[in-house]
Design a binder for this molecule. Structure first.
Ligand code: NAD
Ligand code: UDP
Length: 313
């Protein structure tokens, strides 16, 4: 039985990962400060004696004897990471230093949840891992983007300097059940607006694109990355290469929920990337043929059912 630490374990992705690791008979420590996570996400797992839940902030050192660390702690939605931008960058950078220091002391493997945001508003399309990105270092998104870029640097340097067994994944837009109702990201916003019969808020003209990955596909990819040998460091893209405009997403959600909601257009937030789509050739090759299998309609059906359930509809 492996002992595994998941930081950000009560969040959207973290809770799915914790569940999968418990199902595979591991002993799991779920660490979270509940900034954007919720106990509700893991409440169904609490009776499992192999789960320990710890309230802790990764900006402070933490110690536990574990074999593997998944470092997911960080708010991911633009509204939440811009709420306290200094805290966001501290979480990425000091969180990485604290977790890498722990991995070094206990000789654990450690995986960093990085992001497609390291590519910024990309000039290369689709984005390969070799692309260095186009990030505004002084904009409102930089607390997140540059924090994650610095965390990647720290992961590489702890590997080069201290031989820590590090792995970096770059996650592209991921959605699914257990996203927070007020999360602010596009999939949950559109579904909640549609189910309440409220206006669907498209920012900008809706022609910007994103590629949406269902959470189960991501978790499968994360597990496969951790299982690779010590020579595999990454960074590796994990995302679904099927690209949609935000307007297409809105139309799909309207059709699938049967809502009477109307689309309204709001200003585009500063530095909002125009397009985003992962090149997953490296992941596919390195991770035993990994590729996303859940397509948008199927994933949206699950997610709409989830929100109907929690909204009592
Ligand atoms: P989320 O906000 O649901 O989860 C983040 C979790 O981290 C929350 O439970 C939150 O309470 C916790 N957290 C935040 N700051 C913390 C701190 N200082 N100490 C301890 N815990 C803290 O978001 P998510 O979508 O589940 O994202 C998980 C990870 O994946 C994040 O690192 C995020 O940057 C990365 N990611 C997500 C996406 C996506 O589309 N969902 C895309 C790219 C990268
Ligand atoms: N978006 C939108 N309406 C919303 C929320 C988001 O049009 O209610 C847009 C947003 O401007 C961006 C895209 O949807 O172009 C994805 O936004 P999200 O916050 O989900 O993720 P990110 O911008 O970090 O990829």
């Amino acid at each position: 039985m492996k002992k595994i630490l998941v930081t950000g374990g009560a969040g959207f992705i973290g809770s799915h990962l914790v569940e999968r690791l418990l199902n595979e008979s591991n002993d799991v420590v779920c660490l979270d400060n509940y900034f954007t996570g919720q106990k509700q996400n893991i409440i169904h797992l609490l009776s499992n004696p192999h789960l320990e839940v710890v309230r802790h902030d990764v900006t402070m050192p933490y110690h536990a004897e574990v074999d593997e660390i998944y470092n997911l702690a960080c708010p991911a939605s633009p509204i939440h990471y811009q709420y306290n931008p200094i805290k966001t960058i501290k979480t990425s950078v000091m969180g990485a230093i604290n977790m890498l220091g722990l991995a070094k002391r206990i000789n654990a493997k450690i995986l960093q949840a990085s992001t497609s945001e390291v590519y910024g508003d990309p000039h290369e399309h689709p984005q390969k891992e070799t692309y260095w990105g186009n990030v505004n270092p002084v904009g409102v998104r930089s607390c997140y983007d540059e924090g994650k870029r610095c965390a990647e640097t720290l992961f590489m340097d702890y590997h080069r300097q201290n031989k820590v067994r590090t792995k970096i994944i770059r996650i592209f837009n991921t959605y699914g059940p257990r996203m927070f109702m007020n999360d602010g990201r596009v999939v949950s916003n559109f579904i909640v607006q549609a189910l309440k019969g409220e206006d669907i808020t498209i920012y900008g003209n809706g022609l910007q694109t994103r590629s949406f990955q269902y959470v189960d596909d991501l978790v499968e990819g994360i597990i496969r990355v951790m299982a690779t040998g010590d020579e595999f460091i990454g960074p590796v893209n994990l995302g679904n290469p099927n690209e949609f405009t935000i307007k297409e997403l809105a139309e799909k959600v309207i059709a699938m929920t049967g809502t009477k909601s109307q689309i309204v257009y709001k200003p585009l937030p500063q530095d909002d990337p125009i397009q985003r789509k992962p090149d997953i050739a490296f992941a596919n090759n390195a991770l035993d043929g990994w590729k996303p299998v859940v397509q948008l309609e199927e994933g949206l059906t699950e997610t709409i059912d989830y929100f109907r359930g929690i909204m009592g509809l």
